[in-house]
Write a protein that binds this ligand. Structure first.
Ligand SMILES: Nc1ncnc2c1ncn2[C@@H]1O[C@H](COP(=O)(O)OP(=O)(O)OP(=O)(O)O)[C@@H](O)[C@H]1O
Ligand SMILES: [Mg+2]
Length: 243
C-alpha cells in the first residue's frame, strides 16, 4: 500500500435547496482517496444526486468545506478547475447532451479542455469504439433511444479522461449486454470512482465497498451489510438483475 492521497474530502457539509428547510445534506462527511472504487446505494430522495452536484459546484453548500486534491474549493473559478479533473455522469442524460450530433457531444469536453479539433475527434472516436457505439457518431443525439443516450453520455464523460469519475446511476436503461461491457470498462480503468446505483449486482461487480445515505449523512460499510445469497425464483435461467 502506498501513501493515502486524498482526492475528495467533504467536511461537515450542509445543504438545503433554496426555499426549503429540509437539510438534504446535514453535516455530511465523505472522503474519497486515490484508488477508491466506492458504490453508493440509498433510497430515492436521500440526496445522492445533490451530493454529486455539490462536489461539482452545481449546488452551493450552506456550511462545511469541500477539498479536491487537498485544495479548498469555494469559488466558481475553483470549481472550473475541479470540473476539468472530475467527470460527472448526470443522472439524466439530457442534462449532459446538448449538441446536434453524437460526435459533437463527445468531442465537446476534450475541446473545452484545450485539445485540438483533430485530437478531440480522435479521442472521441476511440471512446465511442470502446463503448461499441462508433456507428452512432453522426447520429442526431436527441433522436437516440434512452439507453443509447446513456452510452453517449458515458462516452462524453470518459473522453475527457478525468482523474475521478462520479457516476449517477450509469446503468439506468442499459440492457444486460451493455451493462457487462460497462462493468468490464470500469474494472479496467485505473482511476478512482464513486458510483450511485440501485443495482446490487452491478455495484458489487465494480466497487470495493458500498456506502449508503440517510438523514443527509453517509453511512459507511461498517454500518450497512449488503450480502450475496443463493436463491430460486420465477425468472429461472433468464439473466436478471437484483434491485
Ligand atoms: N432542484 C431541486 N429543488 C428543490 N428540491 C430538490 C431539487 N432537487 C432535489 N430536491 C430534493 O432534494 C432531495 C434529494 O434529492 P436527490 O435528487 O439528491 O435524491 P437522490 O438520492 O438522488 O434520489 P434518486 O434515487 O431518486 O435519484 C429530495 O427530497 C428532492 O425532492
Ligand atoms: Mg438521484
Amino acid at each position: 500500500m502506498g501513501e493515502i492521497f486524498s482526492i475528495i474530502k467533504l467536511e461537515d457539509l450542509s445543504f438545503s435547496y433554496p426555499g426549503s428547510d429540509t437539510k438534504v445534506l446535514d453535516h455530511l462527511n465523505l472522503e474519497i482517496n486515490k484508488g477508491d472504487k466506492i458504490g453508493m446505494m440509498a433510497p430515492n430522495g436521500s440526496g445522492k444526486t445533490t451530493l454529486l452536484h455539490t462536489i461539482m459546484g452545481l449546488c452551493k453548500p450552506d456550511a462545511g468545506t469541500i477539498k479536491v486534491f487537498g485544495n479548498l474549493v469555494q469559488h466558481e473559478k475553483d470549481f472550473l478547475a475541479v470540473r476539468s479533473k472530475i467527470g460527472l455522469l448526470f443522472q439524466d442524460s439530457d442534462d449532459q447532451l446538448f449538441c446536434p450530433t453524437v460526435l459533437d457531444d463527445v468531442a465537446f469536453g476534450p475541446l473545452n479542455l484545450g485539445f485540438s479539433r483533430q485530437e478531440a475527434i480522435d479521442l472521441s472516436r476511440k471512446t465511442l469504439e470502446k463503448l461499441g457505439i462508433l456507428s452512432f457518431e453522426q447520429s442526431v443525439t436527441h433522436r437516440l433511444s434512452g439507453g443509447q443516450k446513456r452510452l453517449v453520455a458515458l462516452a462524453a464523460v470518459l473522453a475527457m479522461e478525468p482523474e475521478v469519475l462520479l457516476l449517477d446511476e450509469p446503468t439506468a436503461g442499459l440492457d444486460n449486454k451493455v451493462k457487462e461491457k460497462l462493468i468490464h470498462i470500469l474494472n479496467t480503468l485505473d482511476i478512482s470512482y464513486f458510483v450511485i446505483s440501485h443495482e446490487f449486482d452491478f455495484v458489487s461487480a465494480v466497487t470495493d465497498r458500498v456506502y449508503s445515505m440517510e438523514n443527509g449523512r453517509i453511512l459507511t460499510d461498517e454500518e450497512i451489510h449488503i450480502h450475496r445469497h443463493e436463491h430460486v425464483h420465477k425468472h429461472g435461467k433468464h439473466p436478471h438483475i437484483h434491485k
